[in-house]
Write a protein that binds this ligand. Sequence first.
Ligand code: GLU
Length: 489
Amino acid sequence: MLRGPAQAATRAAASPDPSTSMPDRPVVTRIAPSPTGMMHIGTARTALFNWLYARHTGGKFLLRIEDTDRERSTAEAVQVIFDGLEWLGLQPDAEPVFQFSRADRHRQVVDELLARGAAYRDYMTPEELEAEREAARAEGRVVRSPWRDRSPNDTPDRPFVVRLKTPRDGETLVDDKVKGLVRFQNQNLDDLILLRTDGTPTYNLAVVVDDHDMDVTHVIRGDDHLNNAARQTLIYQGLGWEVPAWAHLPLIHGPDGAKLSKRHGAQAVSEFADMGYLPEAMRNYLAKLGWGHGDDEIFSDDQAVHWFDVADVVSAPARLDWDKLNHLNNHYIREADASRLADLLTPILESREWTLGSRDRTVLERTIPLVREGARTLLELADAVVFVLKRRPLHLPEKGRAMLTDEVQARLGRLRDDLAPAGDWSPHALEERIRAFAEREGVGIGKFGPALRMVLGGGAPAPDLASTLVSLGRDESLGRLDDALSQLR
Ligand code: GLU
């Protein structure tokens, strides 16, 4: 099913409907990040869309590490990408392909292009190239090499680059699923270099060869690569290879509409993880950056997979919206399993110098459902659980001690004796008990509630009284009360 250059161009020109450019092979998508030491949120969104589209079509989602920049491509920088994808829950369907390891194959394809007459060796010296550059600039045209039309047998003994023979006229069409049909005038495209003088393959060549060899059917990536799509199309055509379907995604902008940068806050996937966002919230949120399903704000992975079509991605840049992300994260925190949240909180709490014993684990799991209502991030959830982890006797802040007047102490003493034998230590029963106690005392709960909460939480944020008592458990609650009352006596 290989399609020749002429056919490809005619097909696109005759039917600009992007849906017709779907290759009729099983769908294979990929992401091809360059290891830079961080995984940008834009790369995460690209990964998600590729993953969703592969899942939606029953195809495969692949990973290629574009590690040709040997200085930046350290093992740690590569690991950042693996970790980012794992955290996001977007596992590729095969082992990653490392681009640098394929340099021989890239060179072999350059030989093929030379043999087909679709590329040529260019022996221009640096001085000649500089002069040609200047002439091209003055005449408002692209650089041209005289070697394009020389006989291939003319092979002087000096360094050369290999260039693609770009057609001089006509146009190259990029039939993009997001951008629509984009036309490039060939006269504005130079004969791009495929192989440098040192024999290393260039970026555009490597991408084409790797995508072809990985059977990639859909190239879904950031729209900063739209111009490369034209150049890559010409390489495919030079080789007589089938051109994949293109989908160039709009960039992610900051809340103010400017290109996302450091001043907008987090940009790396790991930063979002460190700030306490859940991967499922991130997936839901990123899916909404440039794509959506009607007005649906919250949807599951299964729903997104079912609904997603890359052709529905909008072409306007998407804006990062922290309020929306926080809202979604709060939703998923409220939905999540308490024991999973306890796992996720553990390292956060440990980084704040809390040592968690085995009793704390049970207590944490009991507490999380009672305090998570307002937590927008795991960091906020951690703030909300520390009251339960404090060790007796609690240090009461000065302001709190002032609340414990003789009258309040006496009342808390009576409350303590009332709570001690309670048969049912559930939020509802305790709420009732406290209400009944207040009634018997002839005062509103406001007369002793704040002091009780302070005694139980040591001044740390704590939920409503009944939930605080349930979180702590009976023994710990009574113990904290006893400590406070005896300290003051
Ligand atoms: N390595 C490129 C980048 O990180 C992506 C190339 C592609 O997706 O074709 O921007």
